[in-house]
Design a protein around this ligand. Structure first.
Ligand code: AGP
Length: 608
């Protein structure tokens, strides 16, 4: 994941920036760079590969500026070359960036028409040229950034350095994290408190949509509408912990909020955004054309990610998929076909049942592919092919960001399968990749419903039982919603396919039962509305998660409707996971449970 550092210092800052970037190495990267203001102009050093390559360049050709920005890049648009490494620059400005600029293609065409010359394949360079275009029209740096930000679509964090301005830096946050650090006559910007730990403990975390103007004396933070706002200054304590909670009360809350960023990084690992193609970085030791059946095996939340992926593989690649929980698969002596594909999904990569299932599949001569978060784990080591999820360390026992990163990795694999099997055309692939590229931004939009969900959680916390309903890919998400709620709030919850309700669970419905209905406006929406009517007729309290069209069309009174952004119906679980997770989280907070370490549960289940 990309890391951002900015320093307004009292002496040369390049070495400090590199030290700080070293603390961000844990996020993963494949190139790095620094820019400082040398006299009146901006100078840069960038290098492919690890920070030692950048240090070698700085050793030969030092930078002396007292103000600078630095970056570790995890390649998204374009290869990890020096030309694509950040900072990117255009006349008068340099920028570092974390995240995805969705509308980079349109902006690039527009800027090229205006005479901009691009020298990289990145989406970031567009930002430099856009700001520069306003500077060239006479705008001040602050106005140039202010005019540019609303034109950028996506989930991102940015830091800007300006020619001729030795006492000015601007940062912006929309979907990806950014923190301000307060020093003694110095100021800092960083992706997290860990990056800033060598310099200061006093940190403000920017909120979504914020942008900040820094000088050595302090900073002025603006919200998305341009109002000057105050953000709390906190003592970070990050020097003591490599993984901290930022300003969140629990790791789970932090991990829910990290999703636009880490899901974006997982996406970037498996697609080429510039060409809108799936581009798996690993060579598959089998041809999807020869696979007659896929078996997916996992436990808990990871198994629900697999269940959602079943719908994707069957729809995009027309290949039948069997989904099993690992504790059953390992003992049921499933007849499998040699040469078929077995997929294993695990955050920890150490889950005993999943590992045993993997070993069984290998013995049967299946190809094995593991979607794992911990790449040094046993499951990763023992699988023929590994697809890492780039969620970063997940500390909360309740899985959140690992789940959505698993979904993102599996979505790209399903598209790769569809392409290889001739079921998806180039145009289908481009359309679906475009839909995936929008997901991080839509997740950030979904997070804006937190206050309403927090309020709702106070009612849910009074309930003894909660039902979750969904159809299609929303059905496994309903199962995940119920699991999330019960594991951290200890309230009994069940997930059902909405159409199954009338075959039994409807007997439970009365006015004491909240029923969470996950129903984006898709081809099964009307059917789900009929099931909601059955619930309403029996006095059940409906909490509807849908989009604007769904909210308009739903003919049933719901207790609450949470309106999600409009999106491609194929990938709704990635975005609807957010309200589902937030509802469980805030209910648990109201219940006063140990959210990050709920009773009886372990993060990594290494026993049967
Ligand atoms: C989810 O919130 C869980 N605590 C649990 O179901 C978990 O997903 C399961 O134990 C699988 O773990 P893994 O992904 O590390 O294999």
């Amino acid at each position: 994941m990309c890391g951002i550092v900015g320093i307004l210092g009292r002496g040369p800052v390049a070495d400090q920036i590199v030290d700080s970037l070293k603390r961000l190495e844990y996020r993963g990267y494949d190139s790095a760079g620094v820019a400082t203001l040398e006299g009146a102009h901006i100078d840069r050093r960038r290098a492919e590969g690890k920070l030692k390559n950048l240090e070698a360049k700085l050793g030969k050709s030092p930078l002396a500026g007292h103000i600078g920005i630095g970056h570790t890049r995890w390649a998204t648009h374009g290869k990890p070359t020096e030309a694509n490494a950040h900072p990117h620059a255009a006349e008068g400005v340099a920028v570092v960036h974390n995240g995805i600029i969705e509308n980079f293609r349109e902006l690039r065409i527009e800027l090229e028409k205006g005479g901009a010359k691009f020298v990289s394949e990145t989406d970031t360079e567009i930002v430099a040229h856009l700001v520069s275009s306003y500077l060239q029209k006479g705008a001040s740096p602050i106005d140039a950034v202010k005019q540019s930000l609303p034109r950028l679509k996506g989930a991102f964090a940015l830091a800007f350095l300006f020619k001729d301005h030795d006492n000015l830096m601007i940062g912006a946050r929309k979907g990806s994290p950014l923190a301000v650090g307060y020093g003694d006559g110095e100021m800092y910007l960083g992706s997290d408190a860990i990056a800033l730990a060598p310099f200061t403990d006093d940190i403000s975390y920017l909120e979504d949509g914020d942008w900040v103007v820094l000088t050595r004396k302090g900073c002025e933070i603006h919200d998305e509408s341009g109002n000057i706002v105050k953000r709390d200054v906190l003592k970070s304590g990050a020097s003591a912990f490599m993984v901290d909670k930022a300003n969140y009360r629990h790791f789970m809350a932090k991990e829910i909020h990290e999703q636009p960023e880490v899901v974006g990084h997982t996406l970037a690992r498996y697609v080429d955004m510039a060409s809108e193609r799936v581009a798996l970085p690993m060579k598959l030791p089998f041809d999807f054309k020869d696979v007659q059946r896929i078996s997916i095996t996992a436990c808990g939340t990871a198994s629900y990610a697999g269940f959602i992926a079943k719908y994707w593989f069957e729809r995009f690649a027309r290949v039948p998929v069997e989904i099993d929980v690992a504790s059953e698969f390992r003992y049921r002596e499933a007849p499998v076909r040699k040469g078929d594909l077995a997929i294993f999904i695990s955050q920890s990569g150490e889950t005993a049942d999943t590992l045993a299932a993997l070993r069984y599949a290998k013995q049967q001569g299946m190809h094995t592919l593991a979607v794992v978060n911990v790449t040094t784990s046993t499951i990763a080591r023992e699988s023929e092919t590994v697809m890492p999820t780039l969620a970063g360390p997940e500390i909360g026992v309740a899985s959140t960001k690992a789940f959505t990163c698993q979904l993102m990795a599996l979505a790209t694999l399903a598209l790769a399968a569809g392409k290889a099997r001739g079921e998806l055309s180039d145009a289908d692939e481009a359309k679906l990749v475009q839909a995936l590229v929008k997901v991080p931004r839509l997740m950030a939009d979904a997070l804006t419903h937190e206050a309403a969900i927090e309020k709702l959680a106070r009612d849910i916390a009074k309930s003894k039982d909660v039902l979750y309903l969904g159809r299609g890919t929303s059905y496994p998400l309903a199962l995940e919603g119920a699991l999330k709620l019960k594991e951290i709030s200890y309230i009994h919850a069940e997930g059902y396919a909405a159409g199954e309700l009338k075959h039994g669970p409807i007997a439970l419905i009365d006015e004491t039962i909240p029923v969470v209905v996950i129903a984006p406006y898709d081809r099964v929406f009307d059917k789900t509305v009929s099931n909601m009517q059955e619930v309403a007729a029996r006095g059940g309290n409906i909490i509807l998660m849908t989009d604007a069209k769904g909210a308009e069309e739903a003919t049933v009174d719901s207790m609450v409707t949470i309106v999600m952004p409009d999106m491609d119906s194929a990938f709704t679980p990635l975005v609807y996971a957010i309200p589902v997770q937030l509802l469980a989280y805030h209910t648990a907070v109201v219940m006063g449970t140990d959210v990050d370490q709920p009773r009886n549960l372990a993060k990594s289940v290494t026993v049967e």
